[in-house]
Design a protein around this ligand. Structure first.
Ligand code: G4P
Length: 533
């Protein structure tokens, strides 16, 4: 198969959702339909993970770490599908956001009873900024939920994206019998779910005017469907593939991952509409996936928490050309050639060494400590750098210092390296001693990882004090004069720190506490992430 054909069949996406909306269940059902697993229930121990903040490390150890569920690859209908995991719950971290840098589209799962929830909003925002296509799966239709038309309205109002229902449920709340497919103009009625969703759901297809339909669903349901469809046709959005591709219109599907209601239809329509690997911007212009010269970037680094195997895996997303085992590539930040000798790929649950991979694919590389998040790897004959990764506003802060002051050196080295790798964001307090740092993250689990890794990789025990702040603002004055604790009025209303490039940052409790500072510093400009240079 040619490079162009390999690219055309790839679909690389992430499923985003608020915890418990059904991301794991939907993933599992996609694997079931893709033939990668035979009975649902195979992505096990999710439950165990969920209760696991404190013994997360233990679980990582036992399971050979969560890498196995980081990327799932399977084939369906001539497509090669890569699903990237976006950790949620307590695992929420910068990894969750960064994963979205490596996908070409996203599937947003909503719980029909809850609608758009907080974490979905956060993740949606990142997808929206990238302008990637977003598909919506409204889940849990097998039980009572909000009215379908209201859910569409909620997606549009709360998220500010247009929604086009691809199918529409038939029946009454909690007792839906099937769906009307608006693209194919056909009705699909589902048989009872007799296996608790463990096997594929049987369904029958009818023309919308087939007399059998009324017989099966009853006149009332039939009339209600006609009314809803008329409303949608008159007042709703029209289907527009360009708007889908630019992330302005979300094709929306109704279903139930648990009972396999509408899952296959979703998968098939999704594969038709979702884009193959997209070109990427670099400092040498746009890099097309079909460019024969290899390129990739690192989007995630996972340290093995097992002390017996101190290896780290760097996950790369291939952007152009063909990846081959043992190839040597140019690593932009060190300006060195690196041999990629033990590349790992993930087929459903198993890790295996791979020989080749193509744009859109994810490969895990053993990392001896040279890789950092956002690093570019290219063919030595065409060196360039992809756009920098965005910095995600930190929301949790802690003061960190070494328990044993004699170990200050190792501590500083460890913390600098983990920052370079992208595990944490580092700030320097102003005006106090140099033996402590302020660490910022987007999720509390990152602190546990930090503590554990400093101990296991640098042999340093740390003292970690959580700070009562949730908002960071990079600061500058509009006349370019220097912002310091002395020139900023109200600097003591939060904590004044410097980032790694010595840019001034104020950390405060919440957005509200910025009011006084804004009012009393008329020249001040604030930003939630560093100012562009
Ligand atoms: P997440 O990854 O987004 O956190 O959600 P997950 O798939 O783990 O699903 C969360 C809960 O919602 C699970 O129930 C799951 O079975 C249930 N669920 C998922 N899809 C559907 C659906 O279509 N309909 C209904 N009614 N429930 C659904 P649980 O009780 O927490 O776990 P379990 O005992 O079912 O495993």
């Amino acid at each position: 198969m040619s490079l162009v054909e390999e690219i055309a069949k790839r679909r690389t996406f992430a499923i985003i959702s608020h915890p418990d909306a059904g991301k794991t269940t939907l993933t599992e059902k996609l694997l079931l339909y893709g033939g990668a697993i035979h009975l649902a229930g195979s992505i096990k121990s999710r439950k165990a993970q969920r209760h696991a903040v404190s013994d997360w490390m233990e679980i990582e150890k036992q399971r050979g770490i969560s890498v196995t569920s980081s990327v799932l690859q399977f084939d369906y209908a001539g497509c090669r599908i890569n699903i990237l995991d976006t950790p949620g719950h307590q695992d929420f971290s910068e990894d969750t956001y960064r994963t979205l840098m490596a996908v070409d589209s996203a599937v947003m799962v909503l719980d029909a009873a809850k609608g758009v929830e907080a974490q979905t909003k956060k993740l949606f925002k990142v997808c929206r900024e990238r302008r990637i296509p977003i598909f919506t799966f409204i889940n849990k239709l097998d039980r009572y939920g909000k009215i379908p038309l209201d859910l569409i309205d909620e997606v549009e109002k709360v998220l500010g994206i247009h929604a086009y229902p691809m199918n529409f449920p038939i029946g009454t709340d909690g007792k839906y019998l099937g769906v009307y497919d608006r693209q194919k103009n056909q009705i699909e009625l589902f048989a009872e779910d007799t296996s608790h969703g463990q096997t594929e759901r049987v369904s029958e297809i009818f023309a919308p005017d087939d007399a059998e339909v009324i017989k099966r669903i009853g006149q009332n349901n039939f009339d209600a469907l006609q009314d809803d469809l008329m409303l949608l046709d008159e007042a709703g959005e029209s289907f527009d593939i360009d708007k889908i591709n630019s992330g302005d219109l979300t094709p929306t599907f109704f279903g139930s991952a648990m009972t396999n209601f509408g899952v296959q239809n979703f998968l098939e329509e999704y594969l038709k509409l979702a884009p193959p690997p997209a070109p990427r911007l670099s400092d040498d212009g746009i890099i097309e996936p079909a460019d024969e010269k290899f390129s990739a970037f690192v989007f995630k680094i996972q340290a093995n928490m097992n002390p017996a195997h101190r290896d780290r895996l760097a996950f790369i997303r291939i952007c152009s050309g063909k990846f081959e085992r043992n190839m040597s590539v140019w690593h932009a930040p060190t300006n060195k050639l690196v041999k990629l000798s033990q590349p790992q790929q993930f087929l459903a649950q198993e890790r295996q060494i791979i020989e080749e991979a193509f744009p859109g694919d994810i490969v895990g590389l053993f990392d001896t400590g040279i890789f950092g998040i956002g690093d570019t790897l290219t063919d030595a004959a065409h060196k360039f750098k992809f756009e920098d990764f965005p910095i995600f506003p930190p929301e949790k802060f802690a003061r960190v210092q070494a328990k044993d002051t004699m170990k200050r050196k190792q501590f500083a080295k460890g913390i600098e390296q983990l920052t370079q790798e992208g595990a944490i964001q580092l700030f320097y307090p102003v005006g106090t001693g140099t033996d402590s740092y302020i660490v910022g993250t987007v999720g509390t689990l990152q602190f546990e990882v930090l503590q554990y890794r400093l101990k296991s990789e640098y042999n340093v025990d740390v003292l970690l004090n959580m700070l009562p702040f949730e908002v960071a603002r990079w600061l500058k004055f509009d006349d370019d004069s220097k912002v310091t604790p002395a020139t900023l009025r109200g600097a003591d209303r939060g904590m004044f720190v410097l980032d790694r490039k010595e840019n001034p940052v104020l950390i405060v409790e919440n957005e509200w506490s910025l009011g006084w500072i804004t009012e009393n510093n008329p020249k001040l400009i604030m930003n939630a992430v560093p100012f562009e240079e």
